[in-house]
Design a protein around this ligand. Structure first.
Ligand SMILES: [Zn+2]
Length: 309
């Protein structure tokens, strides 16, 4: 909820596009509703965040009157956003849990959300949810040396994540921040060594706070990078988040579809210490929605998964 009050700059762009449509919808049946704006995405998805005392069913009807076939993506319940998956069986005909209780905010889409259905982008990988040992992303490509730390061998990502990463790092560079990849795709076997490295140094209990067991690493997805810069000696340190480059990423990564998997103060939810260097590509659609809802990635993907079952 805290983020709704300050809709991010990224959203403002398309505010203009949607405001006219929203303004036509809001006044009649839902005069007290406030439309915050929309989220531009590569899939062309338009999202509208709405708040007020208007029951969500009334808002959906109002949007239908405007020619929109609204898909309800999230509503606040008890002050927290709850997501709805479009893959849920009841998606087409879903109902708000209690239409008599006005939501404080809802997020709806008037156009098909292609990225929502990209299963690999939203695969939940945590201490409790593992990938098969033999899972290997299909379309891994080598990252240009320009964006990787010299001497560590060629780093790889899926083609889509690699393209988005290059775009993001180039934009960071243009803004004066030299940021490089220290680590990207890691196979199951490589994670065996990585995890054991930490166990040998710290013991299993502490190792589990900062390194994933084999099969439980998001790096195996091929959509995750560990980033670093000169200010932290090209290492992976929490202080990276405070460097100008780290701050730039916090502000702009979502515009390129990247999000922090392990934000500060969320160890109880994510299972991991703060890792400002570990960014996961989920696409601009999910990154925008995630930012909007204020959920951690772990909660977000968990809700998507459970609402699909
Ligand atoms: Zn990482």
């Amino acid at each position: 909820m805290r983020r709704l009050g300050s809709v991010t700059l990224g959203l403002v762009l398309s505010l203009l596009v949607l405001t006219s449509a929203a303004a036509q919808v809001a006044p009649q049946p839902a005069p007290e509703a406030v439309f915050f704006g929309s989220v531009p995405t590569r899939g062309g998805v338009a999202l509208v965040a709405v708040t007020g005392e208007t029951p969500v069913t009334v808002l959906l009807d109002a949007l239908r009157d405007e020619g929109c076939e609204p898909e309800l993506l999230a509503v606040t319940i008890g002050g927290r956003f709850r997501l709805y998956s479009p893959d849920a069986p009841a998606f087409a005909n879903r109902e708000f849990p209690d239409p008599l209780v006005p939501p404080r905010a809802a997020i709806v889409s008037c156009s098909p959300a292609s990225q929502v259905r990209d299963a690999h982008l939203v695969q939940l990988v945590t201490k409790d949810h593992a990938l098969p040992a033999d899972f290997v992303p299909e379309d891994l490509v080598a990252l240009p040396e320009q964006w990787t730390l010299p001497g560590l061998g060629s780093e790889r990502l899926t083609a889509e994540a690699a393209a988005a990463l290059e775009e993001m790092l180039q934009a960071a560079s243009d803004a004066g921040h030299e940021i490089v990849v220290r680590s990207a795709y890691r196979s199951y076997e490589e994670q065996v060594y990585t995890y054991q490295y930490w166990v040998d140094i710290l013991g299993a209990t502490e190792a589990d706070r900062r390194s994933a067991r084999p099969g439980h690493s998001e790096h195996q997805l091929g959509t995750v990078v560990d980033l670093t810069n000169a200010e932290v000696g090209w290492d992976l340190l929490p202080e990276f988040g405070d460097t100008p480059g780290g701050q730039w990423l916090k502000e702009h990564a979502a515009e390129y579809g990247f999000v922090e998997s392990y934000p500060e103060g969320a160890e109880a939810i994510t299972g991991y210490l703060y890792e400002p260097w570990h960014l996961r590509y989920v696409g601009t659609y999910h990154a925008s929605l995630l930012e909007f809802t204020g959920l951690t990635l772990t909660e977000y993907l968990g809700q998507l998964q459970s609402s699909s079952n």
